[in-house]
Design a protein around this ligand. Structure first.
Ligand code: ADP
Ligand code: GLC
Length: 482
C-alpha cells in the first residue's frame, strides 16, 4: 500500500513534542510491515539540513498565494523512510520553532504555511499527481496543520486517495479569521456548519474531522473522552456523529531510541538484569544537577511542556509537602512563564532538593528519565503521552492521572495488581492537589519497600511498548478504506 504521511514535525529532523516522535516511528513501523510510506513535511531549515541524500523532486507551479514551490526528496537519517520536503524559503526559512518565533509568538501567516502543507498533500494524493510513478492509496494527515488536506481533496473534484486524519491533540485546532477561506482558495459555500466553519472561524481541525474518510486518535480512552463536553473542546458533537469512523490506537515508542541498555545519552547503561546500576545513573544525575547526593531520597522526574494540559501547577502546589518528606525534584521543561517562575523560585529556595532546567534538552531528558526514581505526569488531559511509557521502559514508575493514554498505559499499584504482577505505576482520578499528593504518598510508601518497588519497576520494563502492534492496527484501518 502507498501511504503519504503528512506531518508538521518528525524526529530526528525537527521536534517540539510527541507528534514528532510518532511521525518518526509510525511510518518506519509501517515500512517494516512492507508498506510503501513517504513523509510529507515543511522544509524548515533543520529539515533541509538533516535530510539524508536530498535531491530535487518536482516543481509545483503557480500555487495560489505562494507561487512556485520546489519539492525535495530525501530520507530520514536514521530509518531511511523516504521524505518529501516542501522547499519554500519565504514560508519556512525562519528561526524559532515550526509554529512560533523565538519569543513564543505564533507566526502570523500560519494559516498559509500549513494551508500549503495541506494543499500539497491533496495535490500529491490525486490520481493526476505530479509524482506520476507514485500515487498514494492513503493520505494520513495529522493534527490541525494537515487539517485542510481532505477538504482540498474533496473540492478538487478529481479522483484521489482515501484520507485519514490523525488527532494528537484536540486543544490545538488551527482556527483563523474567515478571510482566510478565500486566501487559501477554499470554496465559500463550505464555510458553514456543514463544512469547515467553526464559531465564525475557518477551523483546520474541524475540516479534517468533517471531510476525512476515517479519523484516528492516539489512545482508546481519548477516543471516547473527546466525544464528551469535558474533553471535546466544542467538537464533541461532530466527533460523536463520526464515532463509527473514529478509532483510538495507543502509540508505541521508539524502542531503539528509548532503551536503557544502549542509550548513548546515559552515563551508564542498565537493563532488567542489571537494574541496580540505575542507582549510579541517579547519583550522576544528582551531581549533574547539584542536588544533595543521597541514594535514599526519592527523586521525582518531570520532562514536559509547561502548560495547563500537563497539570504541573498541581505538582507545584504540593511540592513543599513532598520536600518536607525528603523528596527531590528534577524538572526539565518550558512554556507558561508563571509556571517556569514558580518552579524556579522553588529551586532557589531548595537548591539541594530541587533542580529546574528551563529549555529543551534531549540529552538531559534521557538522563532524568533514567536517573529519577519515579516520573510525574499529572495531566488534565493527555491524548496519549509518551513520557510515561519511557518511564516504564526505564524502570522509573510513572505517577499519572487516569485520563487518555495515561489511563491506557499505566496500571495502578494495589494488592490485586501486585499479586498478579501487573502493577506498573500509580494512578489518580481527580485533577486536584489533594488527590495527587495522596497518590504520591502511596508511591513513596511503596518506594520504601525495596522488594515491592523492584517488582513494580520490572513489571513496567516488561511491558510491550513496541510500535508493531499499533502499526498493524493502522494498517487494518487503511485496508478497510481501499
Ligand atoms: P506532548 O507531545 O503533549 O508534549 P508527549 O508525552 O507525547 O507530550 O511527548 C513529549 C515529547 O517531548 C517526549 O519525547 C519528551 O521527552 C519531549 N520533551 C518535552 N519537553 C522536553 C524538553 N524540555 N526537553 C527535551 N524533551 C522534551
Ligand atoms: C500530542 C499529545 C500527546 C501525544 C502526542 C503524540 O502532543 O499531547 O499526548 O502523546 O501528541 O501522539
Amino acid at each position: 500500500m502507498r501511504i503519504l504521511y503528512v506531518t508538521s514535525e518528525a524526529f530526528p529532523l525537527i521536534k517540539t513534542g510527541g507528534l514528532a516522535d510518532v511521525s518518526g516511528s509510525l511510518p518506519a513501523a509501517l515500512r517494516h510491515l512492507g508498506e510503501d510510506v513517504r513523509i510529507l513535511i515543511p522544509g524548515y531549515p533543520q529539515v533541509l539540513a538533516n535530510l539524508r541524500d536530498p535531491q530535487p523532486l518536482v516543481e509545483l507551479k503557480w500555487l495560489p498565494a505562494v507561487g512556485n514551490v520546489h519539492l525535495i526528496r530525501g530520507e530520514m537519517p536514521d530509518t531511511g523512510v523516504p521524505v518529501i520536503a516542501i522547499d519554500h524559503r519565504e514560508l519556512y526559512d525562519r528561526g524559532g520553532n515550526p509554529y512560533s518565533d523565538a519569543l513564543g509568538q505564533e507566526w502570523s501567516d500560519n494559516a498559509l504555511r500549513f494551508g500549503i502543507l495541506s494543499r500539497i498533500a491533496a495535490i500529491l494524493s490525486a490520481q493526476a499527481s505530479p509524482l506520476v510513478d507514485w500515487i498514494p492509496d492513503i493520505v494520513h494527515f495529522n493534527d490541525w496543520q494537515g487539517g485542510l488536506t481532505a477538504a482540498y481533496m474533496r473540492y478538487s473534484g478529481a479522483p484521489h486517495a482515501k484520507s485519514v486524519l490523525g488527532i494528537h491533540n484536540l486543544a490545538f485546532q488551527g482556527n483563523f479569521p474567515p478571510e482566510w477561506v478565500e486566501k487559501l482558495g477554499l470554496p465559500r459555500q463550505a464555510f458553514a456548519p456543514e463544512g469547515f466553519e467553526f464559531y465564525g472561524h475557518l477551523s483546520f481541525l474541524k475540516a479534517g474531522i468533517y471531510y476525512a474518510d476515517a479519523i484516528t486518535t492516539v489512545s482508546p480512552t481519548y477516543a471516547r473522552e473527546i466525544q464528551t463536553a469535558e474533553y471535546g473542546f466544542g467538537l464533541q458533537g461532530l466527533l460523536a456523529h463520526r464515532a463509527r469512523d473514529l478509532h483510538g490506537i495507543l502509540n508505541g515508542i521508539d524502542t531503539q531510541e528509548w532503551n536503557p541498555a544502549q542509550d548513548p545519552h546515559l552515563p551508564q547503561n542498565y537493563d532488567r538484569k542489571s537494574l541496580d546500576k540505575k542507582a549510579g545513573v541517579k547519583q550522576l544525575l544528582q551531581q549533574r544537577l547539584t542536588l544533595h547526593e543521597n541514594a535514599d531520597a526519592p527523586l521525582l522526574g518531570v520532562v514536559s511542556r509547561l502548560t495547563h494540559q500537563k497539570g504541573l501547577d498541581l505538582l507545584l502546589h504540593v511540592a513543599p509537602a513532598l520536600l518536607e518528606q525528603g523528596c527531590q525534584l528534577a524538572l526539565l521543561g518550558s512554556g507558561d512563564p508563571a509556571l517556569e517562575q514558580g518552579f524556579m523560585l522553588l529551586a532557589q529556595q531548595h537548591p539541594q532538593q530541587v533542580s529546574v532546567s528551563v529549555g529543551y534538552n534531549e540529552n538531559l531528558s534521557h538522563h532524568i528519565m533514567a536517573g529519577a526514581d519515579m516520573f510525574v505526569m499529572p495531566s488534565r488531559f493527555e491524548p496519549c503521552g509518551l513520557n510515561q511509557m519511557y518511564g516504564l521502559r526505564y524502570g522509573t514508575p510513572p505517577i499519572v492521572r487516569r485520563t487518555g493514554g495515561l489511563a491506557d498505559s499505566v496500571t495502578d499499584t494495589n494488592e490485586f495488581t501486585l499479586r498478579h504482577k501487573t502493577a506498573t505505576g500509580f494512578v489518580f482520578d481527580l485533577a486536584t492537589p489533594e488527590d495527587l499528593l495522596a497518590t504520591l504518598r502511596r508511591a513513596l510508601t511503596s518506594f520504601g519497600d525495596k522488594e515491592q518497588w523492584k517488582t513494580i519497576q520490572l513489571n513496567g520494563m516488561k511491558t510491550d511498548l513496541d510500535w508493531n502492534r499499533s502499526a498493524q492496527a493502522y494498517l487494518e484501518i487503511y485496508r478497510s478504506l481501499v
